[in-house]
Ligand binder design. Structure first.
Ligand code: FES
Length: 157
């Protein structure tokens, strides 16, 4: 190898290290920028509201159970008034189904059954369905799934 070839080989090596170093810096800088932007971005859970309107009292026939599976609640109207039940099974959290023919609320996962009032009829669920808050506001019924109420609580409307 003559002097010229040696010089050119050293130049190529130098250029290679410079390019590699700049590439590594670019990757590191980009990664750091992504982490920094993510750090300052607000961490918010976008979940549906827990309190929502379900309709007017006259929309619900007397002695009926109306299932709202999207919002996981049952609106029950008796001759006395209204109450709301969570449709979430108290065993492992599956969404129960209202079986009108059988007059029962059943869980498709492990076979628990509940009465129309949410009472436990058959396990393995350990507890009745949660009775949740329902109130009348400006002529509309509002259910709040976060607020659990007494099992004999009823809204007279
Ligand atoms: S989740 Fe309902 S019975 Fe198991």
């Amino acid at each position: 190898m003559d002097d010229r070839e040696k010089e050119q080989s050293g130049c190529d090596r130098r250029r290679f290290f410079w390019t590699s170093g700049l590439g590594a810096l670019g990757v590191t800088g980009t990664g750091g920028a992504v982490v920094l932007v993510d750090f300052f971005h607000p961490k918010v859970l976008f979940e549906p509201p827990t309190a929502f309107r379900v309709g007017r009292p006259e929309d619900f026939p007397v002695n009926s159970i109306t299932a709202d599976y999207d919002r996981k609640v049952y609106i029950v109207r008796t001759e006395v008034g209204f109450f709301a039940l969570s449709a979430v099974c108290t065993h492992l959290g599956c969404i129960t189904r209202w079986l009108e023919d059988e007059g029962t609320i059943a869980c498709p996962c492990h076979g628990s059954k509940f009465g129309k009032d949410g009472s436990l009829a058959q396990g393995p669920a350990p507890r009745p369905l949660r009775r949740i808050a329902i109130r009348l506001e400006e002529g509309e019924l509002i259910v709040d799934t976060l607020v659990e109420v007494e099992k004999d609580s009823i809204l007279r409307a």
